[in-house]
Design a protein around this ligand. Structure first.
Ligand code: TRP
Ligand code: ZN
Length: 873
């Protein structure tokens, strides 16, 4: 009935559904391979659809059993049922009830989409198109229905039965079985459906909303893991409070549940009232989780909770609008973390991540707009562009219209569109209204892919006391978009003089710190500039662009030491270090510039004032940062060597000072994951990493001592990672003892796999292959695969990109193996090759050959063939 040829889906082809479904009654009887699903749908013709059209329900790998229309079996010639769809040729042109029964085998579902088995339970994942693997449905986000779910299962196997909404009934059945009925009063699209059944333990708490409603909170985990939920629960309560305070959003059901599962394709899922999480983002204790793990848990708990309003109450009309919920919700979780921790530090971390993931994506063959206009496989569009650049677009909107108009626009959006499935245009229209301006040009941020480049040239005129700043924008060509229109780019800026920011006037008025560049280029003349200033541009990273400027090293030092904007202080140090590494890559024999090292030395004297910020400042640009800067003919070995040269120079010159700083920051009481403690540990470990660059025995001994004596995972893991990255003899015994200590804890063993995958020496590929045979590894578990294979391919630039091509061939072989089980996971792994064209010719040839080999493999999934096809195009 459906063709096998993959036809792209186009935004331009959107049509409203011909039928609507008002209510769904699901009756799910879990019974191993013979799990029975009876769906009862109240269907009616959509007044906005084509009247008389066939009703075509989506399906994927379903086993059809029977159908009824208004309680009677339809004649065989009136319908068609296949594994991938159910069609009623001439449905009644009035409301009717359609009942369909299907059979499922959750245990054989290795894709982890639809209804599947994980270690502790049977659970669902329906976004984006997983519901059609449970029952036939109009599986599109603009069909909103009220769901009632009855789950029946063996009581001993699955004492806990959960679904969306409130539990309205439960009871025992003959034969050791039992059931529960859940009702969710909020109409929702099918991708937000969820159910969970299993032998789970839980911790419970309560939250009282601003208007005084009591909400029961539950986190369900594998029995025995209850002790590791406290931080997640605390983060949930803080998220709920924050959404009330920052956005006026209250929770709307009587219960909010989180279930942690060990087999999960992504981070977490915002199903209405029943979030399902990768257990990595729920479970934490000081002994098993690092500060980064804690920060991720806080951010992801918040993210999924915030979806309740941005995603669930107001959802997407179609999957092209994915950034409507994801970009906005990432923006919201970033703001939450900024308020909970340090705004400057959070911004730097987010920008670092944006550049390493999204800029890389935008510069390669997989580049796409924040709102794509065409896809082959929607699973491949849960990308850094949709999420992180999507969040940047919301941030720019706020910068352009101002805080008050932004908040008013959000209020209007919630008021106007609650209960609807909408588009980016609907969203932006709210801000055009409250901001009182035309946002037509702003919409280009959703349509044009590629990272704009903003070139700044400035000139101070002592006589007229003016500073002329020219800003010029260009946007590089990207797949399908050879030429671009100029965008509206908010550029925050200031001019820094001898004693800080100079007061400025622009066009005769006091300057408010931000300009909006709308033309290809424009010159701004600042008045009242009494001394030669250093421009501080793109403060706070006010737009996701690549800034090109003419600052010299002395100017960078000025900004590093004096800029009032912490982001740009950090940026100045990074730019300086980037320049030094680039020089070391091109001229390996030149010594490292001593001025930078001296400036770092001076900075260390004051580093204790803001340890988290100092730690980021002391973190050298990554190898991928440098590769992006070089752009073409990249040689990862040369980059590695250049970066090590800078690390070595700093370590040799400053090891004494670095180790003293580390000492001074030690022992501030027992471990606590709060931002202050995390900042101190981050600074201590950044100092240790740099000091270790000196190669001195006493520093190495300190690392080994820290590994052995640490009372928390952050310090133990940092020490282990310094040892393995430094390729010293102390690394092997440390790896051994780490394994012995944590062998029964898969989430910790993931760290063990990951540090080994990242060792920057030639033995690593063989080690990774050997570890794939280790009992701790499992090719069916996405966390294990990402920890070992993902870390090797995306986190070990020299070894994955080996000049002999073995790294690429290894990836291709693993991808083929995984593709047969879990295409979504396989496709994610292939994206490690997204920058293959920027490699030097020998490596490029090997990478291209690996991709072409994949392209020719028989029976590739749509997920993988889409990525491979675009990578090669
Ligand atoms: N909507 C989820 C989020 O960002 C992510 C998600 C999309 C997902 N598809 C998924 C999670 C598939 C797990 C599996 O919050
Ligand atoms: Zn999300």
């Amino acid at each position: 009935m459906r063709s096998d040829i993959v036809r792209p889906v186009r935004l331009a082809d959107y049509r409203p559904p011909d039928y609507l479904v008002d209510t769904v009654h699901l009756d799910i009887a879990l019974d191993g391979a013979a799990t029975r699903v009876v769906a009862t749908l109240a269907v009616r013709p959509n007044p906005k659809g084509r009247s008389g059209a066939a009703l075509e329900l989506d399906g994927d790998a379903l086993t059809f059993v029977r159908a009824e229309i208004d309680g009677a079996a339809p004649a065989p010639e009136t319908y068609a049922a296949a594994s991938d769809g159910f069609t009623l040729h001439r449905p009644p042109q009035r409301p009717f009830v359609l009942t369909i029964e299907t059979r499922l085998d959750p245990a054989s579902n290795t894709q982890l989409m639809g209804l599947y088995r994980t270690a502790s339970c049977t659970c669902t994942q329906c976004e984006a198109e997983g519901f059609r693997r449970i029952t036939y449905f109009l599986d599109r986000p603009d069909v909103l229905a009220v769901y009632t779910t009855r789950i029946e299962a063996d009581k001993a196997e699955a004492p806990v039965l959960l679904a969306n909404g409130n539990r309205i009934e439960a009871g025992d059945l003959p034969g050791g079985r039992h059931y529960a009925v859940w009702h969710d009063p909020f109409p929702k699209p099918s991708y937000l459906f969820a159910m969970v059944a299993g032998d789970l333990a839980h911790v419970a708490d309560e939250f009282v909303t601003a208007s005084g409603r009591r909400v029961r909170l539950e986190i369900h985990v594998e029995p025995g893991k209850e002790g590791r939920c406290a931080y997640a629960m605390d983060a949930l309560k803080r998220s709920m409070r924050w959404d009330e305070e920052a956005f006026g959003r209250e929770y709307d059901l009587d219960v909010f549940m989180i279930v942690a599962v060990s087999d999960f394709n992504m981070g977490a899922m915002e199903n209405k009232g029943l979030n399902v999480f990768n257990d990595k983002y729920v479970l934490a204790s000081p002994e098993t989780a690092t500060d980064l793990d804690y920060a991720n848990i806080e951010a992801i708990i918040a993210h999924e909770y915030f979806h309740n309003w941005t995603g669930n109450r107001i959802t997407c009309r179609d999957w092209f609008q994915l950034c409507l919920k994801e970009g906005l919700t990432v923006f919201r979780d970033q703001e939450f973390s900024s308020d909970q921790r340090s705004r400057a530090v959070k911004r730097i971390i987010d920008v670092r991540n944006l550049r390493s993931q999204q800029f890389a994506e935008d510069a390669g063959p997989l580049a796409h707009p924040v709102r794509p206009e065409l896809y082959n496989e929607i699973n491949n569009f849960y990308t850094a562009t949709v999420y992180e650049k999507g969040a940047e677009v919301v941030r720019m909107l706020k910068a352009l219209i101002g805080d008050a108009a932004f908040r008013a626009g959000m209020d209007l959006y919630f008021r106007r569109h609650d209960g609807e499935a909408v588009t980016i245009e609907d969203f932006i229209a709210c801000f055009a209204e409250t901001g009182g301006r035309d946002l037509g040009q702003f919409m280009l941020w959703y349509r044009q892919s590629g990272t704009p480049e903003v070139k700044a040239t400035g000139q101070w005129d002592a006589k007229t006391r003016t500073y002329r700043l020219e800003l010029a924008q260009t946007i590089p060509p990207t797949p399908g978009q050879p030429s671009k229109e100029p965008m509206v780019i908010p550029v925050r800026l200031g001019l820094v003089g001898a004693s800080g920011d100079l007061p400025l006037r622009l066009a005769g008025r006091p300057f408010d710190g931000i300009v909006a560049l709308t033309e290809p280029s424009r010159t701004y003349v600042f008045e009242g500039v009494r001394e030669r200033p250093v421009p501080s541009l793109l403060r706070g990273f006010s737009a996701p662009v690549k800034l090109v400027h003419e600052l010299e090293e002395a100017d960078l030092l000025t900004l590093f030491e004096r800029d009032s904007d912490p982001f740009n202080r950090w940026q100045a140090a990074q730019s300086y270090a980037t320049g030094l590494i680039l020089r070391a890559v091109r001229k390996p024999d030149l010594p490292i510039d001593a001025r930078f090292v001296a400036a770092i030395g001076t900075f260390l004297d004051d580093a204790r004032r803001d340890p988290a910020f100092a730690a980021l400042t002391l973190t050298l640009p990554s190898e991928t940062d440098i590769a992006r800067e070089i752009g073409v003919n990249v040689d990862p070995d040369a980059i590695f060597a250049g970066r090590q040269a800078l690390r070595g120079a700093i370590g040799r010159a400053l090891h004494g000072q670095l180790m003293r700083l580390r000492e001074e920051l030690a022992g501030a009481g027992p471990y606590s994951p709060d931002a202050a403690g995390a900042g101190r540990r981050a600074l201590r470990n950044a100092a240790l990493y740099l000091a270790c660059g000196s190669g001195r025995a006493e520093v190495l001994a300190a690392v080994a001592r820290q590994f052995a004596a640490a009372d928390n995972m952050t310090d133990r893991h940092a020490a282990l990672s310094i040892l393995t990255l430094s390729d010293v003899p102390e690394a092997e015994p440390a790896l051994q003892s780490f394994y012995e200590r944590y062998r029964d804890d898969p989430l910790v063993i993931d760290k063990w796999l990951m540090v080994q995958a990242q060792i920057p020496t030639t033995g690593t590929l063989d080690r990774v292959k050997r570890l794939m045979g280790h009992p701790a590894f499992s090719i069916g578990n996405p966390n294990r695969v990402r920890a070992l294979i993902g870390a090797f391919c995306s986190g070990n630039p020299t070894q994955f990109n080996r000049a002999d091509g073995e790294g690429f061939r290894f990836l291709a072989a693993v991808v083929l193996d995984i593709d047969g089980k879990n295409p979504q996971l396989a496709a994610r792994l292939v994206s490690a090759l997204r920058s293959w064209r920027s490699l030097e010719p020998v490596r490029r040839e090997h990478a291209g050959a690996a991709l072409r080999g994949l392209a020719e493999a028989p029976s590739l999934s749509r997920d993988v063939s889409d990525i491979v096809g675009r990578a090669l195009a």
